[in-house]
Design a protein around this ligand. Structure first.
Ligand code: PRP
Ligand code: URA
Length: 210
């Protein structure tokens, strides 16, 4: 079964409280979502492999380290996942970006895919799938399926979200046992498809739509 990690770093927890507040406006919400995404990826990237290198400094030779593993792709689930991309790219500027468009039916909460564009070498990459909300898990599971169909290796995929519901974590772990999930918080439950207490509709809050 894939591992589930709640990232309890104080800065992540502090910033999450800012965006949970219903009075947090669009501009601040957008900024802080990206800041949390950066902090989370900083932690998620902790197991990236390194190689030994020699670097000529102005004073001599340093025996140093550089990243040695797979190149990275960040894949946001549209729309709300877009809000996390810049935060990831701030830390990993060379990452390629794939997009998977997904919306939930308002009544059934079933996800529908409407767009997909991935780097052609997705099968060779370490993939960070980003979406602020993991609710029923339907969108995440459909996005992970789409990635696999296009050659991604589930062992190379990490799912990074801000708020997760227990139902969604369970569903993704069952459907995709090779994918580890990282969240800033595990909330209480779902109510009519929405995470409680959650932070509301992440896409609407990021883009100022309603
Ligand atoms: C939200 C969110 C996730 C999905 C989570 O997207 O960003 O993609 O719901 O719910 P689930 O786990 O039950 O599938 P939404 O469908 O509202 O689209 P949006 O990002 O365009 O607002
Ligand atoms: N999508 C959201 O944006 N918020 C929720 O609480 C659930 C799904």
């Amino acid at each position: 079964m894939g591992e589930f990690h709640v990232m309890d770093h104080p800065l992540i927890q502090h910033k999450l409280s800012i965006i949970r507040d219903k009075n947090c406006g669009t501009r601040e919400f957008r900024e802080v979502v990206n800041e949390i995404a950066s902090l989370m990826v900083f932690e998620v990237a902790r197991d990236m492999p390194l190689k030994d290198v020699e670097v000529e400094t102005p004073e001599g030779t340093a025996h140093a380290k550089k990243l040695a593993g797979k190149k990275v792709a960040v894949v946001p689930i549209l729309r709300a996942g877009i809000g996390m991309v810049d935060g990831v790219l701030d830390l990993i500027p060379t990452a390629k970006v794939g997009h998977i468009g997904m919306y939930r039916d308002e009544k059934t909460f079933q996800p529908h895919e409407y767009f997909l564009k991935l780097p052609s070498d997705i099968g060779e990459r370490q993939i960070f799938v980003v979406d602020p909300m993991l609710a029923t898990g339907g969108s995440a599971i459909m996005a992970l399926d789409a990635l696999k169909k296009h050659g991604a290796n589930p062992k190379n995929i990490k799912f990074v979200c801000l708020v997760a519901a227990p139902e969604g974590v369970k569903a993704v772990q069952k459907a995709e046992p090779d994918v580890d999930i990282y969240a800033a918080a595990l909330d209480d439950h779902l109510d009519h498809g929405y995470i409680v207490p959650g932070l509301g509709d992440a896409g609407d809050r990021l883009f100022g739509t309603k």
